[in-house]
Design a binder for this molecule. Structure first.
Ligand SMILES: C[S@@+](CC[C@H](N)C(=O)[O-])C[C@H]1O[C@@H](n2cnc3c(N)ncnc32)[C@H](O)[C@@H]1O
Length: 286
């Protein structure tokens, strides 16, 4: 058995050459909260609390996996997104903060629509679809993905949060061949794969070795393939004045604007994330 104080020392000692201290502190908080239900305050007010051997083993397993660069969200199997709890596994991308910013934009922009019909393309964990379901009243949300495993996880996440989404297995690049009769939507949103294969060398091991390639990468020669195809889809499936929202690769802001213009979208807004990078775009069907 170890005290909390001792466990914190072990975390810091074992991970100090791999992660900045701020990140190690965050791992400690998340892990102790997950296994012992400790709050931030408990961590220092109960520093002499003795862990059970079984708990210590679980915590030590987290440290070992962190040493192997595995993201804490996959180790614990859960994360938080827009204030909701989401289960995650190796078949789904870990939801990112810029995606929360996109969701926040959509919610603030569309709170007035009655019973909005929404489509989330490439839903992954379901983070976008489920959060919109929570915050846009009486919405009806279709969530599509090519991955059956991702769809199962998205559906489970909607149930965990007592919300409703409608999972649809669909390759968006071949939507013409779908058996699903897509309705007309008020809002279409997508955070599609957009990392060019050439960007792999700039990426951290924790992303490259653990997150699903299917969710991340596109060919360098055809980096905007998902955007073009989704625009083609949106032209047919948005209601009049319907809106399209995309998360984008920060290097492709101008190209994304040009593409939306090419498909005759109006009121195009390119938006920066909290770090000042072009990361999202919205347009309205004219
Ligand atoms: C960048 S992830 C986004 C996941 C989630 N929406 C989020 O924001 O965290 C892209 C998602 O698109 C899915 N995807 C990849 N190719 C697809 C295709 N051809 N048709 C539909 N979905 C696809 C992947 O399985 C993955 O879940």
């Amino acid at each position: 058995m170890f005290t909390i104080d001792k466990i914190i020392k072990i975390f810091k000692q074992e991970l100090k050459d791999l992660y900045p201290i701020s990140e190690i502190n965050s791992f400690i908080e998340i892990t102790l909260n997950f296994y012992l239900n400790f709050s931030k305050t408990d961590i220092f007010t109960k520093s002499d609390f003795l862990t059970q051997i079984a708990d210590y083993k679980l915590i030590n397993n987290v440290i070992e996996r962190l040493k192997n660069n595995e993201p804490i969200q996959y180790i614990l199997g859960q994360t938080e997104f827009y204030g909701l709890k989401f289960k995650v596994n190796k078949n789904v991308l870990i939801p990112r903060q810029e995606t929360e910013e996109l969701v926040d934009w959509i919610i603030k922009d569309n709170s007035e629509i009655l019973n909005p019909q929404i489509l989330d393309i490439g839903t992954g964990s379901g983070c976008i679809a489920v959060s919109l379901s929570k915050h846009l009243n009486n919405s009806n949300i279709d969530a599509i993905d090519i991955s059956e495993e991702a769809l199962n996880q998205a559906f489970e996440n909607s149930k965990i949060n007592n919300l409703k989404i409608n999972p649809v297995k669909q390759d968006i690049l071949n939507f013409e061949k779908s058996n699903y009769k897509f309705p007309k939507y008020d809002i279409i949103v997508s955070n599609p794969p957009y990392v060019r294969i050439s960007e792999k060398k700039l990426m951290h091991k924790n992303v490259l070795n653990f997150e699903p390639n299917l969710a991340l990468f596109v060919d360098d020669n055809n980096a905007l393939i998902f955007y073009e195809k989704i625009l083609e889809f949106a032209e047919k499936h948005l209601k009049l004045n319907g809106k399209l929202y995309f998360e984008i690769n920060e290097h492709y802001g101008n190209e994304a604007v040009t593409l939306l213009e090419k498909f005759n979208f109006i009121n195009i807004i390119l938006r920066k994330d909290i770090n000042g990078r072009n990361r999202m775009i919205c347009g309205q069907i004219g």
